[in-house]
Write a protein that binds this ligand. Structure first.
Ligand SMILES: CC(C)(COP(=O)(O)OP(=O)(O)OC[C@H]1O[C@@H](n2cnc3c(N)ncnc32)[C@H](O)[C@@H]1OP(=O)(O)O)[C@@H](O)C(=O)NCCC(=O)NCCS
Length: 251
């Protein structure tokens, strides 16, 4: 039970070496919620296949399948954990969030932004629109608007989130970037940010805009160290903090 064999993945030569096979493998796996193990085999001599499966979390079992007149097949295996020790998460994956995953994404957003609300003393009374209080209908509406929504998975558990909205031909806005508190400081925020940059480039854009709490100096410096430039601030009467704006420009 819970064991699956991953059949051959084929990528057109024009599209090879772009990480598409890895994405395809992960998308296939996502279909099997009960999976505990995946097996795959491929000709032992094919170094590119080895790298690709390793990048998708497969490990060499050491087993070889040999048949006369055919190259030996290497047997690789991937183990899917149900529970994750935050420090032990080595291969998180980003998938586009689907409608039926929005509630879990919302839980991640609300839990993640609670630390911000606590840090700045934001409550439903003084800041009802803060991200830590948003309802599910916000995410549903954003999905209907065509926002690109991404969940960061550790196995089957969503541990991070972000979304992108198209603001003009070349500019996108990044929203609700979040990593659950217990999973922070492992590079997952940067992983999501890098994915946002790649996504924007692949959609023909070259700019990411973001709004933050200006007083979050650590966060602001983190964005700056990730290639963002501070572009300004604004004070709104209905918000008990200053809004700060940053922008990233791709090459
Ligand atoms: C911002 C956030 C996504 C970063 O996630 P992460 O997985 O810890 O990110 P990384 O591991 O790639 O980077 C960690 C760095 O983030 C920076 N950082 C950003 N916000 C921080 C905060 N509130 N507290 C501490 N460090 C923070 C620090 O520089 C940290 O460096 P360190 O690990 O050396 O201490 C996460 O802190 C979060 O969800 N915060 C709450 C929601 C939020 O503020 N989102 C941004 C909205 S604009």
């Amino acid at each position: 039970m819970g064991e699956y064999y991953l059949a051959r993945v084929y990528i057109h030569p024009d599209y090879q070496n772009k990480g598409i096979a890895r994405e395809a493998i992960l998308l296939c796996e996502k279909e099997f919620a009960d999976a505990k193990f995946y097996y795959v085999d491929f000709p032992e001599v094919m170094e590119k296949n080895r790298k690709c499966y390793q990048n998708a979390g497969y490990c060499d079992t050491g087993e070889r399948i040999t048949m006369e007149g055919a190259p030996a097949l290497a047997m690789f295996k991937k183990t899917v954990s149900e529970t994750f020790d935050p420090a032990g998460v080595s291969l998180p994956m980003i998938y586009e969030a689907e409608q039926n995953e929005l509630q879990e994404c919302l839980d991640v957003i609300r839990q993640s932004f609670r630390t911000v609300a606590d840090q700045f003393g934001l409550t439903k009374e003084n800041c009802p629109k803060h991200t830590s209080f948003i309802p599910l209908s916000f995410l549903e509406t954003q999905k209907n608007w065509g926002w690109k929504m991404y969940a960061l998975y550790a196995g089957k558990k969503i541990i991070g989130y972000m979304s992108l909205s198209k603001e003009s031909d070349d500019a996108f806005e990044l929203h609700n970037l979040a990593v659950l508190p217990e999973y922070r400081h492992n590079g997952f925020g940067k992983f999501l940010l890098d994915h946002a940059k790649e996504t924007v480039k692949s959609l023909g854009g070259n700019t990411i805009k973001i709004g933050i709490i200006e007083e979050s100096t650590v966060l602001k410096n983190w964005y700056i160290s990730n290639g963002f430039v501070h572009t300004g601030t604004k004070k709104f009467d209905h918000l008990p903090f200053t809004s700060g704006y940053l922008e990233w420009k791709g090459e």
